[in-house]
Design a protein around this ligand. Structure first.
Ligand SMILES: *[C@@H]1O[C@H](CO)[C@@H](O)[C@H](O)[C@H]1NC(C)=O
Ligand SMILES: *[C@@H]1O[C@H](CO)[C@@H](O)[C@H](O)[C@H]1NC(C)=O
Ligand SMILES: *[C@@H]1O[C@H](CO)[C@@H](O)[C@H](O)[C@H]1NC(C)=O
Ligand SMILES: *[C@@H]1O[C@H](CO)[C@@H](O)[C@H](O)[C@H]1NC(C)=O
Ligand SMILES: *[C@@H]1O[C@H](CO)[C@@H](O)[C@H](O)[C@H]1NC(C)=O
Ligand SMILES: *[C@@H]1O[C@H](CO)[C@@H](O)[C@H](O)[C@H]1NC(C)=O
Ligand SMILES: *[C@@H]1O[C@H](CO)[C@@H](O)[C@H](O)[C@H]1NC(C)=O
Ligand SMILES: *[C@@H]1O[C@H](CO)[C@@H](O)[C@H](O)[C@H]1NC(C)=O
Ligand SMILES: *[C@@H]1O[C@H](CO)[C@@H](O)[C@H](O)[C@H]1NC(C)=O
Ligand SMILES: *[C@@H]1O[C@H](CO)[C@@H](O)[C@H](O)[C@H]1NC(C)=O
Ligand SMILES: *[C@@H]1O[C@H](CO)[C@@H](O)[C@H](O)[C@H]1NC(C)=O
Ligand SMILES: *[C@@H]1O[C@H](CO)[C@@H](O)[C@H](O)[C@H]1NC(C)=O
Length: 648
């Protein structure tokens, strides 16, 4: 019994092994909910064998007259596509797969499905991802049946765990082919996202979509550039910062747009953060847009300015190469180009000038267009027609004025008003009362001029104007006074320079007067002395009354005159009228002296006979000499003469 039981067990095991076939139960589905879709049945074989043949069986569970049963050979494949017309899709079917290797067969377990509901969508293909800060918008195409579906979306931070969410979409209209979904994320964190979907009536989920990398929003790159100039061309190297890993997650690329004059705009997508190109001497523009999986930065425009504009070209001759290109624009202010740039691949400079406005400065480039030799042949400012400047130099000021020099400053004539190439400034200098005294040409690049050899305390008038080859523009006029040469006399008036000379004359006159006066006083004193010596014998009041007032007046005048003179010397501020008075006084004294002399000469013969008084007479002049000039003393000197006269 025991062995029998064991045999039963072994048999049972054997039967069991036969029943547990290596083929999984099949899955049959169509791609969409549309009724005419064909079905795909697929299964797996845990023990694949090159000799295995597969057949799939289908039949309705209950057997009656409308029952259905069918089988389809799959050959050696693990799937078979079955056209819908061979199937019953509206009734529950049992489906299994028979595996046959030579004459060994086994069957998978049964599944029981209603094929109409057996829909397995393709995984969503997330094509558009847009992120701005925290907000992420995902977009993918609908299934072409336009039916609403159930979606499951899952996301995680780079090293985190999945989080999920499901949502349903409504049936779509035929023109709305995209589904979009908006989610909130943390701003500075990168994520990974997957989505799957299923038809509402189906239990079959689609596969998960590919993992979508969600970097952070990308920022505008900071671009630096350097140039290396060669003859007529420049090698430009651009470089910009790489974005942080959060933003470059999933890859970064850059859209470059290169705009060069006379050339087609070039667009390029690169992955490197450097870029090199060759530009001519005129302006080049490059725009850089950084792009990552979810965003693109605002475009960054880099303007490579033209090589510094020349102020003047001395030589107008040129020769045209086989392929060339003119580029020109207004340079109205002499520095900045207008936005409108003209291009011509034919014509001559003269033809081009035809289209230019008169008196307006333009700037042109002549580029060689030959492939290997692209460079700028010429670059020059140009006028179609030149004129004379329309405005004078502005803000003309005279500074640092001294007695013989001054500095003239001005603001240059704006290029708009120059109406041509300014050759130089014409500067006229004229002194008041005279016609032109100076005429200068100042180079056009200067804005100041040192005026030398001016005369002190004079009024000068300056006229300054710009000159082009056509003519001279209007004048700016300034008048100024040079300083007086005397450092103490800051404020000067014309005619003041006459004073020093005049003062000198007056001084000489006064000194002469003084000397004459002293002499005459001394002389009159001596005479009086003599007289007193001569007349004591016959003292007569007639003589004293007649002579004394004369003497008295003279002495008083001498005192007052001397006093005035001293005062004038000390104060050094003589009043003209006062001086004249002094002069008059002095003249009066002279007259008085001559009266006195006349008087003395008349008396002379009667004086000398008495020699006794000679010694006394000689003594007094000594005293007089010692006390000379001092007003009080000279007055005292006179007193004894009077007393003597009285006493003797
Ligand atoms: C479903 O779609 C895929 C790809 O679009 C296709 O290869 C496959 O044959 C389709 N299946 C059915 C049953 O139409
Ligand atoms: C599956 O079910 C059908 C009846 O619906 C039956 O005839 C068939 O033998 C079954 N197949 C297996 C492998 O169980
Ligand atoms: C046959 O069986 C199915 C269920 O399996 C049933 O729906 C159908 O009505 C039956 N037909 C007849 C004629 O009995
Ligand atoms: C999230 O996933 C878990 C496990 O896969 C599942 O049980 C749960 O239902 C899902 N939640 C949502 C909202 O889909
Ligand atoms: C980048 O350039 C490609 C073509 O090179 C273009 O299709 C794409 O739209 C551009 N992207 C951006 C953001 O400009
Ligand atoms: C102008 O340039 C040409 C060559 O470009 C030269 O032959 C000519 O001598 C130059 N003239 C002057 C005035 O420099
Ligand atoms: C040229 O443009 C720059 C920048 O706009 C400005 O600072 C400068 O003053 C302009 N030059 C003239 C002459 O207007
Ligand atoms: C004026 O003179 C001073 C000293 O001589 C000098 O430093 C200054 O630069 C001058 N100013 C001008 C505008 O020439
Ligand atoms: C004149 O000078 C003033 C002040 O110094 C300045 O603001 C103005 O721009 C100047 N004018 C010109 C035409 O340079
Ligand atoms: C003007 O140009 C001359 C040469 O052309 C130069 O020597 C001088 O320094 C310039 N002056 C100014 C103020 O730039
Ligand atoms: C400018 O002034 C100078 C000198 O006074 C004179 O010769 C010239 O004619 C004036 N120019 C104008 C345009 O007034
Ligand atoms: C002005 O004064 C200076 C010294 O201060 C002197 O050298 C010069 O000769 C004087 N000029 C005149 C015209 O007096």
């Amino acid at each position: 019994m025991k062995t029998g039981g064991l045999l039963v067990l072994v048999f049972a095991l054997f039967v069991d092994q036969g029943a547990t076939c290596s083929v999984s139960s099949p899955q049959c589905y169509k791609n969409t909910t549309q009724p005419d879709d064909d079905f795909l049945c697929e299964w797996e074989d845990r023990d694949p064998s090159p000799d295995a043949d597969y057949t799939i069986f289908m039949k309705t569970s209950s057997l009656n007259e409308s029952s259905y049963a069918n089988q389809f050979k799959a050959g050696k494949k693990l799937s078979v596509l079955i056209p819908v017309e061979y199937l019953i899709t509206t009734r529950l079917l049992d489906i299994w797969v028979l595996r046959q290797v030579f004459d060994v067969t086994c069957s998978s377990s049964n599944i029981s499905v209603l094929l109409d509901n057996s829909v397995k969508y393709s995984p969503p293909n997330v094509q558009k991802k847009t992120r701005s800060a925290e907000k992420l918008i995902l977009r993918w195409p609908r299934v072409n049946d336009h039916k609403g579906a159930v979606h499951e979306i899952r996301w995680k931070t780079f090293n985190g765990a999945w989080q999920n969410e499901t949502f349903e979409t409504e049936d779509g209209k035929s023109n709305d082919d995209w589904i979009s979904y908006t989610m909130q994320l943390q701003e500075h964190t990168r994520y990974q996202v997957q989505i799957r979907r299923r038809a509402k009536q189906s239990l079959l989920w689609s596969d998960w979509s590919h993992i979508s990398n969600i970097p952070t929003e990308i920022q505008q790159p900071v671009v630096h550039w350097i140039e290396e100039t060669h003859r007529g061309k420049r090698e430009i190297r651009l470089k910009w910062n790489k974005p942080p890993t959060e933003a470059s997650f999933g890859g970064v690329s850059y859209n470059l747009t290169l705009i060069l004059p006379c050339k087609k705009t070039k667009r390029q997508r690169i992955r490197s953060n450097t870029y090199k190109f060759v530009a001519t001497d005129s302006e080049a523009r490059v725009t850089v847009v950084a792009i990552n999986d979810v965003s693109s930065s605002p475009s960054q425009e880099i303007i490579i300015p033209p090589v510094e504009h020349l102020k003047y070209c001395h030589n107008d001759s040129y020769s045209l190469p086989k392929h060339y290109c003119w580029e020109w624009y207004q340079l109205a202010d002499g520095e900045n180009r207008t936005s409108h740039v003209s291009i011509s691949r034919k014509n001559t400079l003269e033809d081009i000038k035809q289209g230019m406005q008169e008196y307006v400065r333009y700037y042109y480039f002549l580029h060689d267009r030959r492939k290997q030799q692209q460079h700028t042949i010429r670059a020059c400012p140009v006028y179609s027609t030149e004129g004379a400047p329309s405005s004078p130099p502005k803000n003309v000021t005279v500074v640092n004025i001294s007695y013989d020099s001054a500095v003239l400053w001005w603001s240059p004539i704006p290029v708009q008003d120059q109406h041509g190439f300014l050759m130089y400034y014409l500067l006229w200098v004229s002194k008041e009362g005279q016609t032109l005294t100076g005429h200068h040409q100042v180079p056009a690049n200067e804005t100041n001029f040192l005026l030398r050899n001016l005369e002190p305390a004079s009024s000068y008038t300056l006229n300054i104007a710009g000159k082009t080859k056509i003519g001279v523009g209007p004048n700016s006029t300034r008048t100024f006074f040079t300083l007086s040469n005397s450092s103490s006399d800051i404020e000067t008036t014309p005619g003041d320079d006459l004073l020093p000379g005049m003062r000198m004359e007056i001084m000489i006159i006064l000194i002469v007067c003084g000397v004459v006066l002293v002499c005459s006083v001394a002389l009159s004193f001596a005479i009086r002395r003599l007289r007193t010596k001569l007349f004591p014998i016959i003292p007569s009041p007639v003589i004293s009354t007649a002579a004394m007032p004369q003497m008295d007046k003279q002495v008083k005048l001498g005192c007052s005159l001397k006093q005035k003179h001293v005062t004038s010397l000390q104060e050094d501020s003589p009043d003209k009228d006062e001086e004249n008075e002094d002069e008059e006084d002095c003249v009066d004294d002279d007259e008085d002296g001559s009266h006195l002399k006349a008087f003395i000469s008349n008396d002379k013969p009667s004086f000398f006979p008495n020699p006794n008084y000679k010694g006394q007479l000689l003594r007094f002049p000594e005293t007089l000499e010692i006390t000379d000039r001092a007003q009080t003393e000279s007055c005292e000197v006179n007193t004894p003469s009077y007393t003597n006269a009285l006493f003797i």
